[in-house]
Design a protein around this ligand. Sequence first.
Ligand SMILES: [Zn+2]
Length: 378
Amino acid sequence: MQHFEVLKADTDTAARAAVLKTPRGHIHTPVFMPVATQGTVKAVPQRDLAELGVECLLSNTYHLYLRPGLNTLERFGGLNGFMNHPGPVLTDSGGFQVYSLSRLRKITDSGVHFASHIDGSPHFFTPEKVIDYQAAIGSSIWTCLDVCVKNPATRHDAQDALKKTMNWAQRAKTHFTAKTRHLAPEKRPLLFGIVQGSIYNDLRAEAARHMADLDPDGFAIGGLSVGESKAQMREALAAAIEQLPKDKPVYFMGLGSPEDIWDAAELGVDMFDCVLPTRNARNGQALTSGGKLYIKNAPYKNDDSPLDPMCDCVCCRNYSRGYLSHLFKAGELLVSQLISIHNIRFLINQTKAIRQAVASGTVRQAKKAFKDAYLPAE
Ligand SMILES: [Zn+2]
């Protein structure tokens, strides 16, 4: 069974419109996946996700394993049952969280020892265990455990981490294949390998070639958009994508500003996630077709227009900038919910616009039109 079907490829760029088939539904790509780290898209109830056009959520093995714990999730029928959300969920393996949140990490060839950031309790992740954990979570798209390095990383550190990541991906794939062998093709979750290599283009290319040989269902680009320059990010991404087969999806982990989505889609990235649309919403920042808008700024106090006149979300259809400005200044929780909903819809609408531009062969022009309006000249 072909899990990924390219419906149309752009002729001027590497952008494509495709469909990714998972056990819990089809995902139309390019896709923006809201982040539900703790089993919730912050401040957004599940009933709104379908109306927003959300086709896949992102959650996290490290967080769910520590809290509420896998026994609890299994009792509730996995994460989907627990949070009462029917659609596909992609789980990050936890490599990045072990690296960025936990204490007392010790990485060996067999796995990683760490202490929980919640209570300091000791834990040991291996590539095989992380596959088992994602089975307990019941997500539709799983990822292989990887080793993350700080940015900037020395070439030696990046190379060492990459070697382990590639070895662990092989072990994860072997375990995944044995564990899911009994499932019908349409019921089988998908496995994504993570391409690392820091900002070293030759390491990125080597990682991508190795991962392509391993032949997972898709590829995640990890360890970018973590503080390197845009030029470094673009080069490292391009070096990896060049080595990846064109008939599998590519997911850029943690990338999701509107301008980055347009730029990366043009290079052939299909899947995006980012915490910023909901995190910034809680700070009163809205993404609009005219650029970023800070609702607490003075001009909006008596403004009766919607956040974004071009937007079709429940916030823009029903409420004014003046009302949102008042809610924000009064510290009312509703404002976080409404701007989060708007920001997610804004990004989903960007991915929709890219799909339409691919269909009509106008990706370059559509990107320029978006950027001219979104990033007005200084
Ligand atoms: Zn809106």
